[in-house]
Design a protein around this ligand. Structure first.
Ligand SMILES: *Cc1c(COP(=O)(O)O)cnc(C)c1O
Length: 398
């Protein structure tokens, strides 16, 4: 008789998301009445802009409560294609190349499933977003990480990429601005990496979910805009979660060469059908009233930027912590090797002793680092920094 308690090879090989776990633990402590300073959040702490919520509520009340076409509402797909032509300089992209999914995370998974076969290798620059290697494994692929630490600006070089490519390589994953490091590849740096990938004939999945969260005047470049050849090899993933503070809506996007988009749509139709219909009408308002959307985003960025500099200054003042000035997303990713604890130990101990929640670097393929999100209030940042400084001083003294 089969052993019912034995899980599948897929399930037994997958680790739960460590970022969600830290956030859950911090929320649990908070609910128990503890005064926790949480730097674990992977989402903006603002509400969704009012006009987007209103458009969704109107659609809901108007009965937009049925299935939508699997790849998304036609008018939303068209609006997203137009955004890519206008804002990202991707020439000639059509609605048929766009799929709306239940979250950027699911877009990533489907992009991988659409082109990666069992045994294929996928190159993932580290520090990486925790879910990439797990998704590659779920597709039967083999994640191959290439590390670039703080000294390298958390950015891999074309030489590193070239050295990692084998005849089995099928895909390179890029994520700029990056979660967890906040690092941004400049256009020329991306062009050099894309050139190596094109030469090798591999796909690129470009996760641009943080494309609008930029500071210090830096700009974002989309690899799909570099050339016709690039557009034929790049799958661009993004979504509404981070830009418009819509994490709970579960709405992601994907733009790919038409045959890949069609495959993604088929995969989606058999696994989730479509992204929530009335939620897509909220997203449509965000796309169609772009000036209003950008005004809301700019307000959010102004607040994030102030907090970024506040947290950065505080971290730099602590002995044993080294922190780069990240210019995107809402994370800082300091190095804590000098403090003599593993990041896992550090995170467990500081949560226990000082009630400060940080995400240890191990889950991002970067032991020796920790991720701090500044999607939190000035008060939490100040209080958390105080506790962090006290904790580190204690460590250095012992
Ligand atoms: C948040 C995030 C996503 C996707 O978020 P969704 O809420 O699923 O849209 C994708 N990639 C990275 C790097 C992220 O941080």
């Amino acid at each position: 008789m089969a052993n019912l308690l034995k899980l599948s090879s897929w399930a037994s090989n997958i680790a739960p998301s460590p970022t969600l776990a830290v956030d859950a633990k911090a929320k649990e402590l908070k609910a128990a009445g503890e005064d926790v300073c949480g730097f674990g959040a992977g989402e903006p702490d603002f509400d969704t802009p009012e006009f987007i919520k209103e458009a969704c509520a109107e659609a809901l009340m108007a009965g937009k409560t049925k299935y939508a076409p699997a790849p998304g509402l036609p008018e939303l797909r068209a609006a997203i294609a137009e955004k890519y032509r206008r804002d990202n300089a991707v020439e000639g992209v059509e609605a048929a190349q766009v799929v709306v999914s239940p979250g950027g995370k699911y877009s990533c998974y489907l992009a991988i499933l659409a082109v990666v076969s069992p045994g294929d290798e996928v190159i993932i620059p580290a520090p990486y977003w925790v879910s990439y290697p797990e998704m590659v494994k779920l597709a039967g692929g083999l994640p191959k990480t290439v590390f670039a630490g703080q000294d390298a600006g958390f950015k891999i070089t074309p030489e590193q990429l070239r050295a990692a490519i084998t005849p089995k390589t099928r895909m390179l994953i890029l994520n700029s601005p990056s979660n967890p490091t906040g690092a941004i590849y400049e256009k020329a740096e991306l062009e050099a990496l894309v050139a190596v990938a094109l030469e090798a004939g591999i796909y690129i999945m470009s996760d641009e979910i943080y494309e609008y969260l930029l500071y210090d005047g830096v700009t974002h470049a989309s690899p799909a805009s570099f050339s016709k050849e690039a557009a034929a090899s790049v799958i661009t993933v993004a979504g509404f979660s981070k830009t418009f503070s819509m994490t709970g809506w579960r709405l992601g996007t994907l733009m790919a060469p038409a045959p890949v988009a069609k495959a993604v749509s088929s995969l989606q139709s058999q696994t989730s059908s479509n992204a929530t219909t009335f939620a897509q009408y909220g997203a449509l308002a965000a796309m169609q009233q772009w000036d209003k959307s950008m005004a809301a985003v700019n307000q959010m960025i102004e607040v994030f930027d102030r907090r970024r500099l506040r947290l950065l200054a505080g971290l730099k003042a602590i002995d044993g912590i080294e922190c780069a000035r990240a210019q995107g997303a809402f994370y800082l990713f300091p190095n804590i090797e000098a403090l003599g604890l593993s990041a896992n130990e550090f995170a467990a101990k500081i949560l226990e002793e000082e009630k400060v929640a940080v995400v240890p670097g191990e889950g991002f393929g970067a032991p020796g680092y920790m991720r701090l999100s500044y999607a939190t209030s000035d008060e939490v940042i100040d209080k958390g920094l105080e506790r962090l400084a006290r904790f580190c001083a204690k460590l250095s003294a012992s």
